[in-house]
Design a binder for this molecule. Sequence first.
Ligand code: CMP
Length: 139
Amino acid sequence: MTERTLVLIKPDAVARGYVGEILGRVERKGLTISALELRTAPGDIAAAHYAEHEGRPFYPGLLEFITGGPLVAAVLEGPRAIAAFRQLAGGTDPVEKAVPGTIRGDFGLEAQENLVHGSDSVESAEREIALWFPQLAAN
Ligand code: CMP
């Protein structure tokens, strides 16, 4: 079944010049890029996006990081797109969890500056798509 997922190529990955590398992996996997935008995240969108992490020790730093420079927001589509992108990304911690061959495993060192975000469920995907691309909201 075709799914949609919201992906962020985070400011660390943009600053390091990995946008093409990451989108290349997405395309080679067979996922379709149905929306793509370079932007600096406003504080309210960043806070809403990461609302589930409010109260965690890393939350203030995470908001500062994610709003601190341009990022690329994208909507990807394809069969099992949510799991497919999370497979490409690797685990959250680029050293402890992500394995070589994944985006985080190949290019990351820090839990926060972990290059990409991908929605973790259909519900999160629809919530995040509505936040970043209101024109694409389901209804
Ligand atoms: P993401 O998949 O976007 O979801 C939440 C983000 O919080 C995560 O990627 C990291 O950028 C960040 N994060 C998660 N755990 C930690 C941590 N222990 N320390 C700092 N940042 C974290």
